[in-house]
Design a protein around this ligand. Structure first.
Ligand code: HPA
Ligand code: ZN
Length: 342
């Protein structure tokens, strides 16, 4: 299937965009993983970059998470987290991504003995440099690992408080099924008392009930993934009425077999239902691409129109945690791009 003649890779590349669903640890490319492993004296279960890439063949979310947590064990020092974040920002700035909201998984590091401060200082320093040197604005979202206890999440929340001003919100990720949002209600209540915004992964593999819980118990501003919402018409109505954004990640969903192929993905259906869907990469080093690769594959697979693409990007600026002024500036830039490429 070829792309529409007017939606070329160059056209997609030039669109000013935002990414709202990216796990920074999921942007660790095998090349950088080997480089950091070598300087830290950490041994890897792969003999080469190619062998690592060959292992990135997943049957579901858990089969990915096992490799994801294993690979990030090379990250030990502040500079490692800086280099990881810097590489992601460089990559997306070449795709004209103008704003990013980045997840990080502190427990995946503190549980290995890497201090919270080491992790966040490296990431934060790279985000500041990225803003100054690459003109990519950013926000940081701290995720709790839902396969761990609510007590561990609470402890993590408390250890983040000295860095409160560097973090815009909290999220919930890792193994979804069997770990419902309601288990984390008290942690999210306390997070909101400290002024954090809230988001949660829900309805990726889990049922629509998990999306209801994320809305009602965790009071989230956005749902991460949320693709299973279409199974519940009342939920679709609620999401549409309240304009709750959904951060959709098409290549991730295909790699983790939420959908059999990109042609089967329901992103176009979500747009047609009037939902505030956005395009994102999730874990780009593992799922076959960054923002542009997601736009390109989805455009081809679902025959997205220019109007659909314009809508998706506009949704992500509106759904971001930016202030009204920068939202408007980026949105105007987007409209001008589409007008001047008519
Ligand atoms: N889902 C849940 N947890 C995650 C993911 C995901 O796609 N990526 C990294 N952690
Ligand atoms: Zn995710």
């Amino acid at each position: 299937m070829s792309s529409s003649p007017d939606i070329t890779k160059t056209f997609i590349q030039g669109i000013p965009k935002a990414e709202l669903h990216i796990h920074i640890e999921g942007s660790l490319e095998p090349e950088l993983m080997f480089e950091i492993a070598e300087r830290n004296g950490v041994s890897l279960p792969y003999s080469s970059v190619e062998e690592a890439r060959r292992a990135y063949n997943f049957s579901d979310l858990q089969s990915f998470l096992d490799i994801y947590y294993q690979s990030m064990q090379v990250l030990l020092h502040e500079q490692d987290f800086y280099d990881l974040t810097r590489a992601y920002l460089q990559r997306v700035s070449s795709q004209n991504v103008r704003h990013v909201e980045i997840f990080f998984d502190p427990q995946a590091h503190t549980d290995r003995g890497v201090p919270f401060e080491t992790v966040i200082t490296g990431i934060h320093r790279a985000l500041e440099d990225g803003e100054r040197q690459l003109s990519v604005s950013s926000k940081l979202i701290m995720c709790f690992l839902r396969h761990l206890s609510a007590e561990s999440a609470m402890e993590t929340l408390r250890s983040s408080l000295p860095f409160r001003e560097w973090i815009v919100g909290v999220g919930l990720d890792s193994s979804e099924v069997g770990h419902p949002p309601e288990d984390f209600k008290a942690v999210f209540d306390e997070a909101r008392e400290h002024g954090f915004l809230t988001v949660a992964h829900a309805g990726e593999e889990g049922s629509p009930e998990y999306i209801w819980q994320a809305l009602d118990d965790l009071k989230v501003s956005r749902i991460d993934h949320g693709v299973r919402c279409v199974e519940d018409p009342k939920l679709v109505e609620r999401l549409r009425e309240e304009r709750i954004p959904l951060t959709v990640c098409p290549l991730s969903n295909v790699k983790l077999r939420v959908f059999g192929s990109i042609e089967d993905h329901n992103l176009k259906q979500m747009l047609d239902l009037g939902l505030c869907a956005t395009m994102n990469s999730d874990d780009p080093a593992y799922f076959g691409g960054y923002m542009d690769e997601n736009f390109h594959a989805t455009q081809e697979g679902l025959h997205l129109t220019r109007g659909d693409i314009h809508r998706l990007v506009k949704n992500s600026f509106q759904a971001s945690f930016l202030d009204a002024e920068r939202k408007q500036l980026l949105s105007d830039e987007l409209d001008e791009y589409f007008a001047s490429h008519a």
